[in-house]
Write a protein that binds this ligand. Sequence first.
Ligand code: B16
Ligand code: MG
Length: 222
Amino acid sequence: MNKIGVIFDLDGVIVDTAKYHFLAWKNLADDLGFEFTEAHNELLKGVSRVRSLDILLEIGNITISDAEKQKFLVSKNEEYLKYITKMDAKEILPGVIELLDILDDLNIKYVLGSASKNAPLILKQVNLLDRFLGIVDGNSVSKAKPDPEVFSIGADKLNIKPENCIVFEDAIAGVEAANKANMISVGIGNKDTLSKANYNFNNLTEIPENFFSAFLSEKIYR
Ligand code: B16
Ligand code: MG
């Protein structure tokens, strides 16, 4: 019997869409007349689109009406979609396919838990949509990460108890959300940045082959 389930974040874990978010947000900042750097873009990782715009406007020290914000959210996404619709399977990050194959072999179910409202389109572009049991994205939640809602819905879809779900995340807000959901958090990326994660790896190629089977055999099962 399966005792564990897995929830994957999308941007920064399965694919690197942060670079396209950067180009689209930078385009908006250029139009508004201020500099938006890659360091600024780090602040937007794992954060919802609406919150990202607020952070960007804070950086530019700009105040605008809600109607204008709405207009910018639409135009930013249109710009972002120009990049997304050109994506293909070559953009899947190293180690992803191997990890999904291991999970399939062990009969462990997995779902997506992403802040992105474009998550289904992105998975379709890279040919991974059919591999996931379910998708929880920015359209499915009322509260964004670090709220645990996205992962709690994921656990429901997996039909696995939260404490037996393993979450792969690259963002501080996502690790915090997984911890709040009482799940096992795996930080992908800088260990110092993601110090609150239960486990840390630089990328998915570093996950030991027996990582999941060790949980299944209850050697490190909580
Ligand atoms: P969208 P994740 C997040 O994806 C991105 O990291 C974040 O930069 C973005 O603002 C958010 O999705 C919303 O994306 O504009 O497509 O709805 O890391 O949660 O998979
Ligand atoms: Mg992410």
